[in-house]
Design a protein around this ligand. Structure first.
Ligand SMILES: NC(=O)c1ccc[n+]([C@@H]2O[C@H](COP(=O)([O-])OP(=O)(O)OC[C@H]3O[C@@H](n4cnc5c(N)ncnc54)[C@H](OP(=O)(O)O)[C@@H]3O)[C@@H](O)[C@H]2O)c1
Length: 334
């Protein structure tokens, strides 16, 4: 099969290769991959900011395709089914554990920039019928994470959620927040992106470049109350402000490390308002299944800012790595 390998941690180290076709064993399926989408995690690996067991590796955690061959003892899927392989297929459900996170696609397991991948049937989820392969490939990390974010705060009509930036996780969080009936406040560095977020249902908009004290602006926009949920996809640069923007008893859902992880905070902002600070590491197959069900029920269309051919992998990675150049997800099709 044709594949792309990343030979070392460098944005210039993608090389096309031909590898033996993988063969499914008992309980496994062979998937013909059709699309992948990028997450910041893929970039972090390609620039040496995330440890991996070894190079070369087949990069990109998230993908989608169709079942080509089923192994023996496979009951849930058949050839031709459109499917999404999960990022951490060993994590079936329940709480996170070291065993659950031991196998990660694009890191310790083969990623999505290959014609074929073998997966256990327990590690794949049906692709919602209203989505194409590239849209479906957006679900495993970004979709699942955003789903877990809105569930962490039990959003409902009347809730307020703050969403930082307009990247992959944030746009899914906006779509799920609106599906929950919540009021969504979106921040961005770009007025044009804020306008696009408004088209997707964002109620209140804050440009964090022209309003660096965006947390104060959130308090003004909520009559001093603050937000029930702040989805912090950024990390060090925003975490202290996220705590300030949250309402008493609110939730700060912390997933991002775009700007580093060494945040300096005043603990009293957590103690005094009795905040819930919820960490998250993507999610389980069960979480992805639930997210896909919600996406189907609400006819949510994942937002693809740009789509590249697999031959343009380096360009796609560089575009993402430049930061702030995209809206929603970047897809790679093959
Ligand atoms: N732990 C988990 O479960 C989990 C899962 C998925 C992702 N993540 C992490 O979450 C982060 C976001 O991932 P992603 O894939 O959504 O990335 P992404 O698509 O690159 O989105 C990043 C966006 O963040 C915004 N941003 C950057 N600096 C900002 C700042 N100082 N203040 C506010 N917004 C800022 C920008 O939005 P504008 O261009 O609109 O300004 C940018 O487009 C990454 O660190 C990723 O590793 C964690």
């Amino acid at each position: 099969m044709k594949a792309i390998e990343l030979t070392e941690p460098s944005l210039d180290a993608f090389r096309p290769v031909v590898l033996p076709d993988p063969v499914p064993g008992p309980g496994e399926v062979l998937i013909r991959l059709r699309a992948a989408t990028l997450n910041y995690l893929d970039i972090a690996i390609a620039i040496g900011n995330f440890p991996v067991p070894r190079f070369p590796l087949i990069p990109v955690a998230d993908g989608a395709g169709e079942v080509a061959v089923v192994g023996t003892n496979v009951s849930a899927f058949k050839a031709g089914d459109r499917v999404i392989p999960h990022f951490m297929p060993r994590w079936q459900g329940g709480p996170i554990s070291p065993a659950n996170v031991a196998g990660m696609r694009g890191i310790s397991l083969p990623g999505s920039l290959a014609e074929y991948v073998v997966m256990p049937e327990t590690g794949i989820v049906a692709l919602p019928s209203h989505l194409d392969f590239a849209q479906g490939a957006a679900l495993p990390i970004a979709g699942t994470t955003a789903w877990n974010a809105v569930r962490s705060a039990e959003l409902r009509p009347g809730s307020t959620v703050v969403i930082l930036g307009t990247g992959g996780v944030s746009i899914f969080a906006l779509q799920f927040a609106k599906a929950s009936g919540a009021t969504a406040i979106v921040t961005s560095s770009s007025d044009e992106k804020l306008e696009r977020a408004k088209q997707l249902g964002a109620d209140l908009l804050v440009n964090y470049r022209s309003t660096p004290e965006w947390d104060d602006q959130v308090l003004r926009l909520t009559d001093g109350r603050g937000a029930d949920l702040v989805v912090d996809t950024v990390g060090e640069a925003t975490f202290a402000r996220s705590l300030k923007a949250a309402a008493f008893g609110g939730t700060v859902f912390t997933v991002g490390f775009l700007t580093g992880t060494a945040a300096s905070i005043d603990l009293f902002s957590i103690i005094g308002k009795a905040l819930k600070v919820v960490g998250n590491n993507t999610g389980s197959v069960a979480d992805l299944t639930e997210a896909a069900r919600a996406i189907t029920a609400q006819r949510i269309a994942p937002v693809l800012g740009q789509t590249f051919d697999v031959a343009e992998t380096s360009v796609a990675f560089s575009r993402f790595a430049a930061g702030g150049q995209h809206f929603g997800k970047i897809a790679i099709v093959q």
